[in-house]
Design a protein around this ligand. Structure first.
Ligand SMILES: *Cc1c(COP(=O)(O)O)cnc(C)c1O
Length: 230
């Protein structure tokens, strides 16, 4: 995509985000728009950075590592990791991420902490699984408070900032995000400053904003269709 086209898509999307925020009685400046760049070449990240984007998201550890190795340091750029994480990849994820959205089990939190216990605190979201399929990423809604207690109590180098979810297919996004907002409120009873909520993708960000999302993860609405990968 040319930089002009990318700029137009970004501006259009931001206008839609602002409209959705105003309709929900919220201030658009409370929202962090993360551009999900997965499957696109590293050059897209440079192009986005040139347009002022400071938050990008990736969902595969190897791809994140490759892009970071390929790119020079880009001033002020924050890398968000939004994909499933194998526990054995904790070190690589921690080394390459500024924020991890997909902490969904105590063992993973322990591993992320153990690889750098005295390091700069890592911002994390607890991912909640809103489907009936326990094989999907995320902790069951009934267990998220216990996970928050564990992370806050024993993983001193991780900072629990809030909850994250992907709205399941075939469910009203508004209902899914309301459930996520409830999970967030429950987490705040044990970690009062966990005020963030990562929710909303290209097709459902307006519903997420209405439900209280603070961090939007937007891919294709900005980047166009993703190149196909296995
Ligand atoms: C790919 C991805 C997104 C972005 O999805 P779009 O529909 O392209 O906006 C958001 N969140 C997660 C976890 C993803 O894997």
């Amino acid at each position: 995509m040319t930089t002009v086209d990318l700029h137009t898509r970004l501006a259009d999307l931001d206008a839609r985000i602002s409209d959705a925020a105003r309709s929900a009685g919220r201030d658009p400046s409370e929202l962090t728009r993360i551009v999900v760049t997965k499957f696109h070449p590293a050059a897209l990240v440079t192009q986005l950075h040139g347009l002022g984007v400071r938050d990008v998201g990736e969902s595969r550890q190897q791809e994140l590592a490759t892009k970071r190795a390929e790119l020079p340091a880009l001033d002020g750029l924050r890398w968000h990791f939004v994909g499933q994480i194998q526990t054995k990849k904790a070190r690589a994820i921690r080394a390459a991420s500024d924020c991890v959205h997909s902490v969904d089990r105590a063992r993973l939190a322990d591993a992320l902490h153990a690889v750098d216990p005295d390091g700069a605190p890592l911002d994390v979201f607890l991912q909640v699984n809103l489907t009936d399929d326990s094989g999907r990423g995320g902790v069951a809604p009934a267990e998220v408070v216990a996970l928050a207690e564990h992370v806050a109590g024993t993983c001193g180098s991780l900072r629990v900032r809030g909850v994250m979810a992907v709205a399941p297919l075939g469910v009203e996004p508004a209902a899914a995000f309301a459930q996520l907002a409830d999970a967030g409120a429950a987490v705040r009873r044990v970690v009062p400053d966990a005020t963030w909520m990562s929710a909303g993708m290209s097709g459902d960000f307006a519903e997420a904003i209405a439900a209280g999302a603070t961090h939007l993860r937007i891919g294709s609405a900005i980047t166009g269709p993703r190149p196909v990968r296995d």
